[in-house]
Design a protein around this ligand. Sequence first.
Ligand code: ATP
Length: 459
Amino acid sequence: MTQTQEQTVPTGDTPFVPIEKIVSLCKRRGFVYPNSEIYGGVSGIYDFGPLGVELRNNIRRFWWWSMVQTNDNVVGIEGSIITHPRVWEASGHVENFVDRLVDCKNCKRRFRYDHLPKENVRLNTCPVCGGELTEPRRFNLMMETYIGVLEGERMKTYLRGEASQNIYLDYDNVLKSSRVAIPFGICQIGKAFRNEVTPGNFLFRQREFEQWDLQFFVHPSEMQQWFDYWKERRFAWYQSIITHKDRLRFRAHGPDELAHYAKQAFDIEYQTILGWQEWEGIHWRQDWDLSRHSEYSGHDLSYTDPETKERYLPWIVETSGGVDRTFLNLLIDAYEEEPPSGKDKEGRTVLHLSPMLAPVKVAVLPLQKNKEELVTTAKELHHKLRRLMVCQYDDVANIGRRYRRQDEIGTPFCVTIDFTTLEDQTVTIRERDSMSQIRLHMNHVPAYLLERVRWDYSV
Ligand code: ATP
């Protein structure tokens, strides 16, 4: 992302949360840390802390559940990060996976050429200070590595620049080893590596990140219908996990952006303080990938229809998104600073994360720490619940502060053990967003919570 885009503030009534607030929350509460921080960090590389890893796992699992587990015609794989180097020649990455970079001779800022506003390209000026720009230089984004130990026998290859190539490589094996027939899809979630020339905006543009891909193989005559189907389905999926539905849109690629084989392509974009940014791409890949791998490997990847015996190279609909951008966009979407109100006199920061994705599902809180019976009962319930879902026990500070601590990390439910519990075995369940409370018998708490946090998405 360029400096120009960083300065774009969308118009409209709704305030957008500054990225710095998300960065600060993530560090403070253990979602995300800068990688190698004690050595000064590495630009565009991050680690995920105790809450971050829970949220990430939930995001991944939900995608997998809704894309693989609940579709009869979709299967999953997990390919390796390192592949034969010819893969990246066939895919075009060695030759064409480049960004063009320009520097401002005056303020020394650096921009991706394709992200410059048209006017600045025309005038060759810096969008920040108006200074003159250098000639664009080409940089390949692939990260190199070597296989083997002996000098002279080492083979240069690459950390994968996109995860999807494994799917084309395994397509034939999947066909032969699974009971799939066209139309069918293969999904994968996996790390990708890019020497981004302008990493930045926190998790938005990293050098090591994670992608999720569906490659859906179809008969050419059915390409349009499946393209439309997955385009709409992926949009509905993203809509189902955000609160601000109006911040999601499609952007059609213009003729100058389309690959030569693509009839159309769309980005699903989300609007933040950085402007409208790509979240996932829906691509018309035709038979480009399978034909290139057939050509470069010498292995015929065409398909024979089991009934008609027609032989053809399948066409592909690709939906390719990012776990990290989902992580970031969800936090931005969920973040709210609520002013003091009748319900909460001090005001609070709250993450309105969907309960099924929230890193911690429930916190069990004894009303007072110094009353042994309250503590014992609370710990018993905590031990029971933590076998079913991520559950925290907290007895430090007054109950209001403990609620706010949980609100800030998006915990949808807090269960409070109070003196009435000791009399009739009922507890208070407080709901994060409305702050409303109900009383429930302790024995019913597990079933109640399980129902409220389960995967929920229908197509
Ligand atoms: P951009 O135009 O933003 O560079 P792209 O078009 O190169 O993205 P794709 O190659 O289509 O992106 O990758 C698919 C998805 O992977 C993107 O929609 C995004 O969610 C994610 N992604 C791509 N590059 C990065 C990155 N550097 N850091 C984090 N996520 C990324």
